[in-house]
Ligand binder design. Structure first.
Ligand code: ADP
Length: 484
């Protein structure tokens, strides 16, 4: 079945509605992280292709901006429907190129469809205002317009959803796009572009350039001045580079960067809820999410019980090829990630952490990493300060609420925090004290198309999803008309 799905994936660059090879005929092979085997060879965009994609986006911006909002809404609604219908095919593709278990991949397809549905509903409600200045002398007409051609850059961890939550609002707002998916997982994006064309998206509105040469093509595209907005999801490190480039042409930016989420279990927590939330916040996507619980702080009074149950659950998980139905945890994305996670574990152990439990991994190829629970993790450990991006729970204990809040906030990142407590006052107090854009209270999941996803501090700028998710693709326009 995967062979049939792969055979249907367009392998060229999508520029101005045409499939084409790279100008220099470069190609790149996409591989399956579960076995290191090649899946498909696709065109690899260079600078000339990237600039052609920008020209296409710029050329179609004018006509696209004036389409009826209901038309754009209809395209998104049909895209959501098509994704629902093709859920299994997209799930297979996601799992094949990214590694997550099929059940999670199906969940991602549903989540992506929901972004299209949400922004389909928003598209017809873009409004403005008509008012009078305070001195009574001027009529103030405010309207909203598409910001203009957008550059969308996505990571590999949610190959479908990361694209959908940028493409959805761009379509709703009337922006054209150049979309560069992650080099590890371009196939899902190529298939998505085909689905959007089927849903009625006109040629040239969405241009897709898969490329292994991001650092070479992004600057030239952004410096053309034709792109008016960058929406990036990826590492804080690359985000900083792109913000500097964006400054050259003063582009609008939405930046979803890294996280270092604290997960706090208070002594009044319902421990079943705590373990369930920890499992999701830690193990979803094999821990490869910017929202992953990176530092677990557990009150000393419940630490033994919580750790024992979390260890039992984590080490009992079946690790393997995500395409196999029994698999609960897939491989990491590549060898570099696998090595990095191992080094993080070794560093934590060198600094005094203990192993509470380690699961098992299958033999053979594939970038597998055993679910691991560490206790007594010291604050100076690399895995407390950097994104683990792997199935490693790093637990330390605390006794004092204000001290744990200070520890939780002691990071340059501020994407999300989790807290588990049955005490309402505490939940609100700690939630307000958390220096993060989002807080999960008695839950391990915050992502929701209806909610504003995003971080503070060095976790990013702007929000995706919710009503403000659309605002990020709109510019205010004001006309002054004297009262005569
Ligand atoms: P990750 O660690 O999740 O791979 P990255 O920030 O490296 O995160 O990558 C996220 C996205 O940014 C990918 O699409 C990648 O190709 C792109 N990218 C990486 N480096 C650069 C760069 N220097 N300029 C533009 N895009 C880049």
């Amino acid at each position: 079945d995967l062979a049939r799905v792969l055979a249907a994936v367009p392998t060229g660059l999508l520029i101005d509605g045409q499939q084409r090879g790279a100008a220099d005929d470069a190609v790149v092979t996409v591989e399956n992280p579960a076995d290191g085997q090649p899946l498909l060879e696709i065109a690899d965009a260079g600078e000339a292709d990237a600039l052609a994609a920008v020209r296409s986006a710029a050329a179609h911006q004018g006509s696209w901006a004036t389409t009826a909002p209901r038309n754009r809404s209809g395209i998104l609604a049909r895209a959501a429907e098509l994704l629902d219908r093709q859920q299994e095919d997209f799930a297979l593709l996601i799992t094949a190129e990214m590694g997550k278990p099929l059940a999670e991949a199906r969940g991602e397809v549903a989540y992506a469809a929901e972004f299209f549905r949400w922004f389909s509903e928003q598209a017809g409600h873009i409004s403005g205002s008509y008012g009078l200045s305070a001195d009574g002398g001027t009529r103030i007409l405010v309207s909203r317009r598409p910001v203009g051609p957008c550059l969308l850059i996505t990571p590999w961890n949610f190959p479908l959803a990361m694209g959908a939550r940028k493409i959805g609002p761009a379509i709703a707002a009337g922006c054209t796009m150049v979309f560069k998916p992650a080099p590890q997982t371009p196939l899902t994006s190529l298939a998505l572009a085909q689905l959007l064309a089927e849903a009625g998206l006109p040629n040239g509105v969405l241009n897709v350039i898969a490329s292994s040469r991001a650092e070479l093509i992004t600057g030239p595209m952004m410096r053309t001045g034709a792109l008016r907005k960058l929406s990036f999801t990826g590492s804080t490190e690359v985000g900083r580079i792109l913000l500097r480039v964006a400054a050259d042409t003063v582009m609008r930016t939405s930046m979803e960067l890294g996280g270092n989420a604290p997960f706090i279990v208070f002594e009044d927590a319902d421990l079943d809820v705590a373990v369930e939330a920890a499992m999701v916040a830690k193990m979803r996507n094999m821990g490869q999410a910017c929202t992953a619980a990176n530092r677990m702080y557990v009150h000393a009074a419940v630490a033994t019980e919580f750790t024992a149950e979390l260890t039992r659950r984590m080490t009992g998980l079946v690790v393997g090829d995500g395409l196999q139905p029994e698999t609960q945890v897939g491989p990491l994305i590549d060898a570099a990630s696998q090595l990095k996670v191992r080094q993080f574990i070794d560093d934590a152990l060198d600094r005094g952490a203990s192993v509470a439990g380690i699961g098992s991994v299958p033999d053979g190829a594939g970038y597998f990493c055993a679910p691991t629970v560490l206790t007594d993790v010291q604050p100076g450990s690399v895995l407390s300060q950097a994104e683990i991006f792997g199935p490693v729970a790093a637990i330390s204990t605390f006794t004092d609420e204000s001290a744990v809040v200070a520890a939780a906030n002691d990071t340059e990142w501020g994407l999300v925090g989790y807290l588990i407590t049955e005490n309402l006052d505490r939940a609100l107090r700690v939630s307000e004290a958390m220096e993060t854009g989002m807080v999960g209270i008695n839950t391990g999941v915050v992502s929701n198309p209806s909610a504003p996803f995003g971080g503070v501090k060095q976790s990013g700028l702007g929000r995706e999803g919710g009503a403000v998710g659309l605002e990020e693709y709109l510019e205010l326009h004001y006309a002054a008309i004297p009262v005569r």
